[in-house]
Design a protein around this ligand. Structure first.
Ligand SMILES: Nc1ncnc2c1ncn2[C@@H]1O[C@H](COP(=O)(O)OP(=O)(O)OP(=O)(O)O)[C@@H](O)[C@H]1O
Length: 680
């Protein structure tokens, strides 16, 4: 339902005295800034609660030190043979005994640590170099790429790993590099799978949308924005697969497909020991224990990191399920896509004649969600809406009325599975409804900007604010690093962030909600858009901060002349900030009017009911009227007026056919009704 007076920002604004204005310079914020440890510190702190992982980390550190200091630590040359001392057990000269050639087992073990680590690291690098780009591509592109690629991955993973290893070594021959390539190929699909899964989740996050809106290229978004967010899961997977790589190397060496037998590797030592254990039962123990402990240590560290990172990752199952459902649904709306493509070919981004005062002209836009059974559920239907240059248009409606879907259809950012099923989005005389991603890149930024509800989610958690602000500046305006940093500081100052130069080096978690929203606004303003879409930009903030951010937007409009579409549930926000307002109900625009007119003389019974249910500070009112019934679900909208079942004025005529939008309202009884307004 529409919000209560506590969310109305106007009173606190007045009560607080001067608010932040970018025009009068930065002002300090009353919001307390959160003091949090950096992500890495938090992970390390959580790792403290995993003693097994800590011990394992210590063990791996020891293996690394031993490998690095091998020439100094090893008592003998690992290849030095002494047949007279062959197959001895532990003695004072040879602490771990000797092998069949009389070579010192301890020295070979120490040098073997080097090979084990090099192979583990090298093969994981090969696996990641192949698997991660594949996973990023499939996860980010989605659609057919993903479906075909995923089947390919299934096939590749169905091949037994060791068979792949044999084949690669048979073709390339033995040797350290070839061994790393063979092991890397065995594991690359695991990395591809994991990367794809996480990318599918990441690409739906707001920071990706924000990056798109700021006009970054897909490749920049994938490699600079999404990839760093995969670092945590990739590190965990790498740790686990480094252990597995040592196992595979040992197995291949055991089968005689590893390195030459002169080279000290743990696998080769184990292979030799298997033949000699009848004579000297101790020989398999040193390499066997080294392999088991090292593999175990890698697994424990991987497990510990996984747990420690669990809180950092946003891989909620519901989102995953939504992405999966959306992919299935995408197939269902292929028909709608084809239709849209045909229209696109017709429209071709060609100039469209509009009123010179009109910045955005949304014409007959419908948005639908494809179901797996082939039907399309309409979420937004036949919307006509204009935004004039420099105006603030409120888009008001209850939750689920379709405000965000409409805004996203303008931005070209509809979620997977949801598509524009008809209509034109004419921005400055050009239809962008069917523009390609590449064409939209030129539009987003200089023409279209967006600020979303949750500022924390709209900023990438793994990049500094400075980098996130500079990225679009460098990409769009071809600024040098230095220029982009200077401009970023200016932008921060302009939106009222204190000490901008210091703040540029901070991460989003070091900003409070209000400050993060200011940063998000600064990002949206970087390319000086002509239209800013503020989707519930103040809803997640406390009342005082809401008022400040709203004031900031109003000041910026004055300063830059940009138009703003203010999406909100809140009549208070509309009353305070908007010039005109469009009211949405169950996927349709039901009324559009100047704000004063709408409050004084609503034309649609739904608008009147909203105004009546909005607390206006009238002390005499004991109980606010509510609108009876519930909003009909998308997919079960009635044939006639969507509001009819809740409308006190509905007649039979209202329900039997679609109601046209005439003279500012979608109601056939407008002329007969005299509806009561409300004070602004
Ligand atoms: N990713 C999605 N997949 C499927 N349906 C969706 C998705 N996002 C929104 N919807 C549906 O689309 C309809 C319109 O949602 P939308 O988010 O545009 O409403 P809204 O008016 O912006 O609501 P709110 O103010 O809560 O954001 C709703 O029925 C909603 O359930």
């Amino acid at each position: 339902m529409i919000e209560t007076p506590s969310t109305r920002p106007s009173a606190p604004v007045a009560a607080q005295g001067p608010t932040t204005s970018p025009l009068v310079g930065a002002s300090s914020s009353p919001e307390p800034e959160p003091r949090q440890a950096s992500g890495t510190m938090q992970v390390l702190r959580r790792l403290r609660h995993h003693p097994g992982a800590l011990i394992a980390l210590g063990l791996l550190a020891l293996v690394v030190v031993v490998a690095l200091l091998a020439p100094w630590l090893a008592p003998y040359d690992p290849a030095e043979k002494d047949f007279a001392a062959a197959l001895q057990g532990p003695t004072a000269e040879h602490w771990l005994g000797t092998d069949a050639y009389g070579r010192d087992v301890l020295s070979r073990l120490i040098y073997g640590a080097r090979i084990a680590l090099v192979i583990a690291l090298g093969s994981v690098v090969v696996a990641m170099a192949i698997g991660v780009p594949i996973g990023l591509l499939l996860g980010f592109r989605g659609g057919w790429w993903d479906r075909i690629g995923s089947r390919g991955m299934d096939v590749a993973q169905a091949l037994p790993g060791m068979l792949v290893g044999f084949a690669v070594i048979a073709i390339l021959g033995r040797g350290l590099t070839n061994l790393m390539i063979a092991i890397g190929l065995i594991f690359c699909m695991n990395f591809a799978r994991m990367t794809r899964a996480v990318t599918l989740v990441e690409r739906e996050k707001l920071y990706v949308d924000a990056a798109r809106v700021s006009g970054l290229r897909s490749s920049d978004i994938v490699f600079r924005q999404v990839l760093p967010n995969l670092a945590g899961p990739l590190v965990v997977q790498a740790a686990v697969f480094m252990g597995a790589a040592i196992m595979v190397e040992s197995a291949l060496s055991f089968l005689g497909l590893g390195l030459e037998s002169d080279v000290a590797t743990w696998g080769a030592m184990l292979s030799d020991a298997a033949q000699d254990q009848g004579v000297q039962p101790f020989v398999p123990f040193p390499p066997g224990i080294a392999i088991v402990l090292t593999v175990l240590a890698f697994n424990l560290v991987g497990d510990g990191l996984n747990d420690a990172l669990a809180g950092e990752r946003a891989t909620s199952p519901s989102r995953r399920e939504r992405a999966r459902a959306a992919r299935a649904a995408a197939a269902a709306i292929a028909a709608a896509d084809a239709e849209a493509a045909a229209r696109a070919a017709k429209a071709g981004g060609a100039p469209v004649v509009t009123d010179p005062d009109t910045l955005l002209d949304v014409r007959q836009v419908s948005v639908g969600l494809g179901r797996p059974n082939g039907t399309v559920v309409p979420l937004v239907r036949d919307v006509d809406l204009t935004v004039r240059k420099g105006e603030i248009l409120g888009l008001l409606g209850e939750s689920g009325s379709g405000k965000s879907m409409l805004a996203r259809s303008v931005l070209g950012l509809l979620p997977p599975g949801i598509r524009l099923t008809q209509g034109q989005v004419v921005l400055e005389g050009r239809d962008i409804a069917h523009s390609t991603e590449r064409e939209l890149r030129d539009v987003r930024g200089p023409q279209l900007g967006a600020v979303f509800q949750n500022p924390g989610a709209a900023l990438s958690p793994v990049h500094t604010i400075g980098r996130q602000l500079a990225e679009p500046l460098r990409a769009h305006q071809r600024m040098s690093r230095k220029q982009a940093r200077a401009r970023s500081a200016e932008l921060l100052e302009r939106v009222g962030v204190d000490e901008p130069h210091r703040r540029l080096d901070q991460y989003p978690h070091e900003f409070s909600g209000g400050m993060a929203q200011r940063v998000a606004i600064a990002m949206a303003l970087a390319s000086e858009p002509e239209l800013l879409i503020a989707d519930e930009a103040t809803s997640a903030l406390d009342v005082t901060t809401q008022a400040q951010v709203l004031d900031l937007l109003l000041d910026l409009r004055e300063e830059t002349g940009m138009a703003i579409v203010m999406i909100t549930h809140d009549l208070g926000v509309v009353a305070e900030s908007c010039d005109r307002v469009a009211v949405m109900y169950a996927g349709e625009i039901v009324e559009v009017a100047e704000v004063g007119e709408l409050f004084a003389r609503p034309k649609h019974p739904y608008t009147a009911a909203l105004l009546a249910s909005n607390p206006s500070g009238d002390a005499d009112v004991e109980r606010l009227p509510t609108i009876p019934g519930t909003v009909p679900m998308a997919g079960s909208w009635p044939a006639g007026c969507h509001f009819a079942s809740r409308c006190a004025f509905a007649t039979e005529k209202c329900t039997d056919r679609p109601i046209p939008f005439v003279d500012g309202a979608r109601c056939i009884r407008t002329d007969e009704l005299t509806l009561t307004g409300a004070p602004r």
